[in-house]
Design a protein around this ligand. Structure first.
Ligand code: DUC
Ligand code: ZN
Ligand code: ZN
Ligand code: ZN
Length: 485
């Protein structure tokens, strides 16, 4: 078996920074220390050797809003590798009424060409006894997180009754629910009102989804999860109202995780006021970009630990696809890309500015994600025995982000023109060099499904669930009831 040694670099993990060589054999890290030798030497002089990024939230080739997201598992994972991300967690999305097992099969097929490892969440888009049953099979197959849409009324949205049932089922299975937290009923009314007033441009998308709809839904999901006795993961936290709900819950000992996106950390609502329709529509996603005030709150949350991970919700659509919504903003496919840019942009705007330490950077892009999603230390670690998913990070390498040089198949980039300093020199996926400077040699089919374990028992220690579900005493003597009318 041939070996590789990553030589002369500084290892940066979520909790340590130290000089060491890293030996890689058979797709695993087999030694860490001084003066290691191997068949092939990768020069890491002047670089940081970090666990490869994990993106916990992507949508490859997803049927959505009358079309399919444009990047598939090949171009998507290639984009990830190019930017130092060595794993994605994508969403199996059954259409309402469809079997979860069928959706899982569809995603198995789509992902066979992945260039990097991947795992799945399962979306709960409808509710029935069949879904209840199939959730156990899904968990057995290594998918232990279930996503719930509180928005997209008439399509993917489920109501509180269904959500509470599904959350209880998650608790029993040792699984964790995820939520897209937006009040879909309020959004639908605001959309109708705006359209009736002739407000049909992409800016109206943002008007129809104010921070309050997100804050309300986040708070509601947290309370319902607590009553079901299950931890909760809130995707794409974009505003203080949602962040505040998470912070408050965590201070009470409720186990809730918050995931901001790199887009919301650096892009703001002024993008929707751009005079060019295409420019604004390309940035339509849910939740929409917010004001600078919200951005500051998200950065602070990452540093303080009230928010734990940074994702992309990579869901890329071409300009042509975005134009389905000319004249009706509710038909603009929701989604933006960012998989290739998440690490460089977060490093540039986070580490280079002093907002995040290097260790915090590793935590929020990789290690915390691996821990929260039960993949640690196979993923998210520079440790002997861990998968050799490694990024050799050159803090001096710079580029200007441009759609002309990106791996994603779409014809623009929401970060266009942003100058980043800090880029991969090498990206390794299970020991294979997929990126060397600007050369990407990703191999379709190399990626493997990462099975995840359920938690051994539902963790209801701090939950109000116990109180709410405890047997209640009948207080009044039935013999002494007043006569009914
Ligand atoms: N938001 C998006 O913008 N796209 C995909 C799904 C979602 O929730
Ligand atoms: Zn979402
Ligand atoms: Zn999403
Ligand atoms: Zn391989």
């Amino acid at each position: 078996m041939s070996s590789k040694v990553i030589k002369g670099g500084t290892v940066v993990t979520a909790d340590r920074t130290y000089k060491a060589d890293v030996l890689v054999e058979g797709g695993k890290i087999t030694a860490i220390g001084p003066n290691l030798t191997g068949d092939q030497v990768l020069d890491a002089e002047g670089c940081y050797v970090m666990p490869g990024g994990i993106d916990p939230h992507t949508h490859m080739e997803m049927p959505f809003m009358g079309t399919y997201s444009a990047d598939d598992f090949e171009s998507g994972t290639r984009a990830g590798l190019s930017g130092g991300t060595t794993m994605v967690v994508d969403f199996c999305l059954p259409s309402p009424g469809q079997s979860l097992l069928e959706a899982m099969q569809a995603w198995d097929n789509k992902s066979s060409k992945a260039c990097a490892d991947y795992s799945f969440h399962m979306a709960i888009t409808w509710w029935s006894e069949q879904v209840w049953k199939e959730m156990a099979t899904v968990v057995d197959r290594g998918i232990t997180t279930f996503k719930h849409f509180m928005a997209y009324k008439g399509a993917l949205m489920i109501d509180d009754d269904e959500m509470y049932s599904s959350f209880q089922r998650c608790a029993d299975l040792g699984a964790m629910p995820l939520v897209h937290a937006e009040n879909g009923d309020v959004v639908a009314q605001l959309q109708a009102k705006l359209m009736a007033e002739g407000n049909n441009g992409p800016e109206a998308h943002a008007y129809s989804r104010p921070p309050e709809v997100e804050g309300e839904a986040a708070n509601r999901a947290i309370m319902i999860a607590d009553m079901a006795g299950v931890p909760l993961y809130i995707v794409h936290v974009s505003c203080e109202q949602a962040h505040e709900a998470i912070r408050r819950a965590r201070q009470k000992g409720i186990r809730v995780f918050g995931e901001p996106l790199i887009q919301h950390l650096v892009l703001d609502e002024s993008e929707y006021a751009h005079p060019d329709w295409d420019h604004a529509a390309r940035r339509v996603m849910s939740p929409p970009f917010r004001s600078k005030l919200h951005q500051d709150g998200l950065w602070a949350g990452l540093a303080a630990g009230s928010l734990q991970v940074v994702a992309t919700d990579h869901c890329a659509f071409t300009t042509e696809q975005k134009r389905y919504g000319v004249g009706d903003f509710t038909k603009i496919p929701n989604g933006t890309g960012g998989l290739e840019d998440r690490l460089p942009v977060l490093w540039t705007r986070g580490v280079n500015t002093g907002r995040l330490t290097m260790n915090e950077f590793v935590a929020v892009t990789s290690t915390n994600i691996a821990k929260i999603l039960n993949m640690y230390p196979r993923k998210g670690a520079i440790l002997e025995g861990a998968d050799a998913d490694i990024v050799v990070w050159d803090p001096k390498r710079s580029k200007t982000i441009s759609h002309k040089t990106q791996q994603s198949v779409i014809d623009y980039n929401v970060f266009e023109g942003i100058e980043v300093t800090g880029l991969p020199r090498f990206t390794l996926t299970r020991g294979e060099v997929a990126v060397e400077e600007s050369t990407v040699k990703a191999r379709p089919g190399h990626g493997e499904f990462v099975k995840r374990e359920a938690n051994p028992a539902p963790n209801r220690a701090y939950s109000t669930w116990k109180e709410i579900t405890a047997p209640r005493k009948v207080i009044r003597d039935p013999a002494n009831m007043p006569a009914g009318v």
